[in-house]
Design a protein around this ligand. Structure first.
Ligand SMILES: Cc1ncc(COP(=O)(O)O)c(C=O)c1O
Length: 404
């Protein structure tokens, strides 16, 4: 079915989309524009009153004791690992232990964005991958414990696409083995786990507020924690280790958030639940409509209210559908639907990781199988009912064309 006003294109597809149905649309408002102008006038551009207000309002929203804003989700993770190292070093000094020469290790999932593991490497840690659960696409808790040893700095679950990892089992291991949990919640703001909001459950929770995220600041991120010492270390590390001006008590980085970014995010904190509930409705429509086609399966979501629906992911059964995942995504794009593949390669199979750590195909078979057939279609809160119909109808058309 060509879209309403499409006309044949020379040498290519017959489809010229009316308009692109984007995979993500960043929130914008008049209030943000006014605040940005006021920041320009104030000449205070970095970590000023908007960052402070943004942190306070996130604390109130998450019911979390400390929120530390930084300039990316990757920085949030890096700061979290560095803070845990500082805490460990401090404790080691109290116990009279000498510093270990062996790299600390972070146990994590290969089915994620590279920043999940890159940030551990930034902190001088070795990423130790374990495979994911086929049903949830999240780290398999039953594989974590056997990888814990005296060098383990943290367990780092990822809430893939906005579905919170199995924190009950992970936290049980964490408590018993005394290994902290750094949750990569880059994709799960507003999500919850068995009634508790993401941000207050793990030892440290790290969010991204990159432009495509459910709550965005253009670029940015933040850490949320209940632990006073870890919060204090995090504040030091984000600002060159300065306790006061030009008084550097630890190594640190420039991970400060810009006022402009905080002003963009601030206006969304009290809207995030409403925006996420629109995503949930869209996801429900997409799932019900695509389920009927018989060639898709989905992340197992026990309670859709607890998912942030950052992405709507489906697995394509290529044999039943008669089309490859990559071809389906390409045809959707040609027809004006910005489908995506996150992530086409698990982290361990990325060239850098293969080369540095010697990972190979077959190391984490479930993550690899998911990466081969997973894809996403738009689910963001600004989709119109008509957009959702177009997404479903276009998929049906592509599959029908293949069947003939
Ligand atoms: C799962 C995951 N972890 C970490 C990050 C890194 O966040 P940022 O891009 O803000 O550095 C992202 C961002 O896309 C992500 O999706």
């Amino acid at each position: 079915m060509p879209l309403a006003n499409s006309t044949p294109r020379e040498g290519g597809s017959n489809y010229i989309p009316r308009r692109l149905i984007k995979i993500a649309l960043p929130y914008m408002s008049e209030e943000i524009k006014q605040n940005i102008l006021s920041i320009l006038d104030s000449k205070q551009f970095v970590q000023g009153k908007f960052v402070a207000r943004f942190e306070q309002s996130l604390s109130a929203y998450l019911h979390s004791k400390h929120v530390i804003a930084v300039n990316s989700g990757t920085a949030a993770l890096h700061v979290a690992f560095e803070s845990l190292k500082m805490a460990k070093a401090e404790k080691g000094q109290e116990d009279g232990n000498t510093t270990s020469k062996v790299s600390p290790e972070v146990i994590t999932t290969p089915l994620s964005f590279a920043a999940t593991a890159n940030s551990a490497i930034h902190a001088g840690c070795r990423p130790v991958f374990v495979d994911v659960e086929g049903e949830t696409f999240n780290i398999d808790p039953s594989l974590i414990e056997e990888r814990i040893n005296e060098n383990t700095l943290a367990i780092e679950p990822v809430d893939a696409y906005g579905l919170v990892a199995n924190l009950e089992r992970i936290l049980e291991i964490s408590r018993r083995r005394k290994v902290p949990v750094v949750e990569d919640a880059a994709e799960s703001i507003g999500a919850s786990y068995r009634g508790s909001k993401v941000g207050t459950i793990s030892t440290m929770t790290c969010f991204s507020t990159y432009a495509t995220k459910n709550l965005h600041t253009g670029e940015g991120g933040f850490i949320s924690t209940e632990d006073d010492a870890l919060a204090e270390y995090s504040r030091l590390i984000r600002n060159q280790g300065q306790l006061s001006r030009y008084n550097h008590v630890s190594l640190g980085y420039n991970y400060r958030m810009l006022e402009f970014c905080a002003a963009i995010g601030l206006d969304q904190v009290n809207k995030i639940d409403e925006l996420n509930s629109r995503r949930r409705k869209n996801a429900s429509f997409l799932r019900t409509s695509l389920e009927d086609l018989g060639c898709f399966s989905f992340q197992k979501v026990n309670d859709p209210e607890e998912h942030s629906w950052y992405m709507f992911s489906a697995l394509l059964d290529e044999k039943t559908a008669g089309i490859t995942r990559d071809k389906l995504v390409l045809l959707l794009k040609e027809r004006g639907i910005e489908a995506d593949v996150a992530w086409p390669l698990p982290i361990h199979l990325q060239p850098y990781y293969r080369k540095k750590f010697g990972f190979k195909e077959g190391d984490f078979p479930i993550a690899e199988a998911i990466a081969k057939c997973v894809f996403q279609v738009p689910v963001h809160p600004y989709l119109l009912a008509e957009d959702l119909e177009i997404i479903v109808e276009t998929i049906k058309e592509i599959l029908k064309d293949r069947a003939q």
